[in-house]
Design a protein around this ligand. Structure first.
Ligand SMILES: [Ca+2]
Ligand SMILES: [Ca+2]
Ligand SMILES: [Ca+2]
Length: 87
C-alpha cells in the first residue's frame, strides 16, 4: 500500500487546556482560536474549569468569574459589579 504522507491528517483528541481558558486545545483548534492565548476562545466552547486569572476585557472581573456568572468575558460592559476583584 502506498500513500502520500503529506495527505495524512490526525485529529487532536487530547483534552488538555494549555492556556487555562476553559476550552480544550482540541476545541480551540476546531474553533480557530489560539490554544496558547487565555484571551482567545469561544465562551460557548468552555467545557472544563477556567484556571486562568486573566481579565481579558478589563472590566475588573476575571474571565473565570464571568464564565461562572454568565456575563460576557469579551465585553467590558457585561459584568456583575459585585464580582469586581481588580481595581
Ligand atoms: Ca485560548
Ligand atoms: Ca472581565
Ligand atoms: Ca465582561
Amino acid at each position: 500500500m502506498y500513500y502520500n504522507v503529506t495527505d495524512v491528517t490526525v485529529a487532536v483528541t487530547s483534552t488538555v487546556d494549555c492556556d487555562g481558558d476553559g476550552v480544550t486545545d482540541a476545541d480551540e483548534i476546531a474553533d480557530g482560536t489560539d490554544p496558547n492565548d487565555a484571551c482567545s476562545y469561544d465562551p460557548a466552547s468552555v467545557t472544563v474549569a477556567v484556571t486562568s486569572n486573566v481579565d481579558c476585557d478589563g472590566d475588573g472581573v476575571t474571565d473565570a468569574d464571568e464564565i461562572a456568572n454568565g456575563t460576557d468575558p469579551n465585553d467590558a460592559c457585561s459584568y456583575n459589579v459585585a464580582d469586581i476583584t481588580y481595581q
